[in-house]
Design a protein around this ligand. Sequence first.
Ligand code: TXA
Ligand code: MG
Length: 357
Amino acid sequence: MAGQEKNIFLRVTASHPLRKRIQEAATVLRRGGLVAFPTETVYGLGANALDKDAVRGIFEVKQRPTWDPLIVHVDSVESARSYARHLAPVFDKLAARFWPGPLTLVVEKNPVIPDEVTAGRDTVALRISRHRVPAMLLEELRAPIAAPSANTFGSPSPTRAEHVFKDLGDRVDLIVDAGPTTLGLESTVVDLTRPTPVILRPGALCREDIESVIGPVELAPGVMDEVAHEGLAGPGMTTRHYSPKTRMELFDGPLHEIVSAMVARAADLQSRNITAGALVSDEMVVSMQPHTDYLSAFGKWGHWLGYAQRLFAALRALDSYGLVVILCPLPPSEGIGLAIRDRLQRAAGRPTPASGP
Ligand code: TXA
Ligand code: MG
C-alpha cells in the first residue's frame, strides 16, 4: 500500500507510548500537518486547533461539510477554562467527575479559538481524553488539538489505525497506531450553554452517570431513536451517519423475539438467494449461522460494552463482503444501549420503533 511505502504508521503501545515517537507526531502538528491518533473512544484526526490552515485540512481530508464544528482536545481543566467563557457551575462538576474521559462539553468559546474550528459558532466543544497518546501529544505540542473522528464523513468511526488508513489513506501525514480503542463509541456530547444541559450526542458516557452528578438533562431532538427530526440541535447529527454502504435492517424487542424475527428474515432472504450478514450476540450464533453468509458476534446479550466496542469494526467488516443486507439487533435504550441504538439507527438511515417499556 502507498501509505505503508511512505510509512505513515507510527506504532506505540497504548500504556507507555515512546516519548520520542510522540515528539515526532507533535512536530508534524507544529508544522501544520494532520496526525491521526487513538483516544479511548475512537481514532481522531488532529490538527493544531490554533492553526486555521491545518484545521481547514481536516475538513478537506474528511470531506466534512464546513458547517459541522470540530471537537477541541485539551490537556487540563484549566486550559479548557481558558478557551471558554461564562462557564456554568455544572461545568466544574462534570469536568471534576468525568475528565479525563469520554465526555465532550459544549461551552461559549473564547475568541482565541478560530472560527474555522467551530464552523463560525460562538460555542466550542471541549474534551480531555484519558488515552496516553493524546495526553502526551498535547503536552509536547503545548496547544489545543482539533480532532473529529478520523473517518470519511458519514462512515463508521475508526476504532483501529487500519480503519483510518482505509478511509483517509496517505492524505494524513501520520497515523499513530496504538491498537484498537477500548470503548469503541464516541464521547457523549453535552451542551452546557442552555438552562438545562442537553445531550447532543449520546456516547460512551451514559446519561444516567451524568444525571447522577448534575441532575436531569435533556436529550436533543432526534437523539432518541423514535423519529428522525429536521433541524437537529447537534450540527453533526445528520440522519444517515456512521453508515456502511450495505443496507441494514434492525430488530428490536426482547431477545427471544429478536432471535425469531432475525432467523425468519435470514431464512427468507436465503430462500431468495439474497446474500445477508448479521451482527449477533453469542446466543444467536447457532440459529443464525445456517441462514447467513457472514456473522460477526459481539459477545453475550446484555454485555453492551462488548457490543459498543465491536460495533463499528463489525459494520466495516460486514460492509466489505459485498452483501445485500446486514441484520442487526438493537439493545434496550438504557445505559450505553442508548448510544448503540442511536448509531445503529443512523447507520440504517431510518427510524425504528423504540423498545417497549
Ligand atoms: O469520541 C469522540 O468524541 C471523538 C474523539 C476523536 O474525540 N471525536 C468525534 O468527533 O467523534 P466528531 O467530530 O466526529 O463528532 C463531534 C460531534 C459532532 O456531532 C459535532 O457536530 C459536535 O460534536 N460538535 C462539535 N462542536 C460543537 C459545537 N460547538 N456545538 C454543538 N455541537 C458540536
Ligand atoms: Mg464523527
